[in-house]
Design a protein around this ligand. Structure first.
Ligand code: PMP
Length: 281
């Protein structure tokens, strides 16, 4: 049985009953987080909890659970999972009101659901081969900095990538790269690393921030700036980052090779530093 935390109680995930009036169900009115753990150690937990608090603030959902209590919930769910490597998913919605109306209901408590799942990490041999990425128009809203549970455009983009045999799809708007369905994007050109800046157009990924700081600590140059689709297509290296994909090299874009068609040297250095960080965390 998978253990879940549901509004203050631990129970089997299969036994959680959500009201049809829950605003998560009716309006996708909520936010979420996904935290990875390696060998039963939560990775970048404080950073994830800080981002959750920001998402909640931005959409004005209040909860009475403290950061310490939430960290305890994450640990409990992690410890209960047979797999030592996994993720904890947490979502908070505006709760179940008496009826359906768009404005915020008064006096409704937020709904909080969390559960852990095993994580099958991308293997070293898969990483060494590299991955295919497709490109697609970014059709999402203008507050992609909020980790909202309203994910339909990302669901459609991810399905399209899957049907094309790709690990991810790199989205673009007005000729500029934004991010992927569920990852951030980095390019390397002439030894310089660049990634779109963290504004309202993208989610400021935790592993995006980790990759930037690891690269800078290695003395590499990282610019947070506009990245055009043309620059992406002619990049020497493309990487994507996310909690579940870590730092993964793309070696083909829409079926054209990237650089020499193999994972690049800067990816290798940052990836190595990332693995060392996981081991010491
Ligand atoms: N962008 C989007 C749209 C995402 O959904 C995610 C992961 N949920 C990311 C980027 C990567 O963020 P993180 O590194 O925090 O997993």
């Amino acid at each position: 049985m998978t253990l879940a935390y549901w509004n203050g109680t631990y129970m089997s995930l299969a036994d959680v009953k959500v009201s049809p009036l829950d605003r998560g169900f009716l309006f996708a009115d909520g936010v979420y987080e996904v935290v990875a753990f390696y060998d039963r150690r939560l990775f970048q937990l404080d950073e994830h909890l800080a981002r959750l608090e920001r998402s909640l603030r931005e959409i004005r959902i209040g909860t009475d659970i403290s950061r310490e209590e939430l960290a305890g919930v994450f640990r409990h769910l992690m410890d209960d999972l047979p797999s030592k490597t996994g993720t904890v998913y947490l979502q908070v919605t505006r709760g179940a009101a008496a009826g359906r109306a768009h404005p915020f209901p008064a006096g409704t408590a937020a709904s909080l659901l969390a559960f852990a799942s095993p994580l099958k990490r991308l293997s070293e041999s898969e990483m060494e081969l590299g991955f295919l990425a497709t490109t697609s128009p970014d059709i999402r809203w203008q507050r992609c900095d909020i980790k909202a549970i309203a994910l339909l455009p990302s669901v459609l983009a991810a399905q399209d990538a899957k049907e094309n045999g790709a690990l991810e799809t790199i989205m673009h708007r007005d000729g500029l790269v934004t991010e992927c369905a569920s990852s951030n994007v980095f390019i390397v050109r002439d030894g310089h690393i660049a990634t779109p800046r963290a504004d309202n157009r993208i989610l400021n990924g935790i592993n995006r921030q980790v990759a930037i700081s690891l690269a800078r600590n290695l003395g590499l140059s990282v610019e947070e700036r506009d990245v055009s689709l043309e620059e992406l297509r002619s990049a020497d290296e493309i990487w994507i980052t996310s909690t579940t994909k870590e730092i993964a090299p793309m070696t083909r874009l829409d079926n054209a090779p990237i650089g020499d068609g193999r994972p690049g040297p800067l990816w290798r250095r940052v990836r190595q530093a990332f693995c060392a960080l996981i081991d010491q965390a």
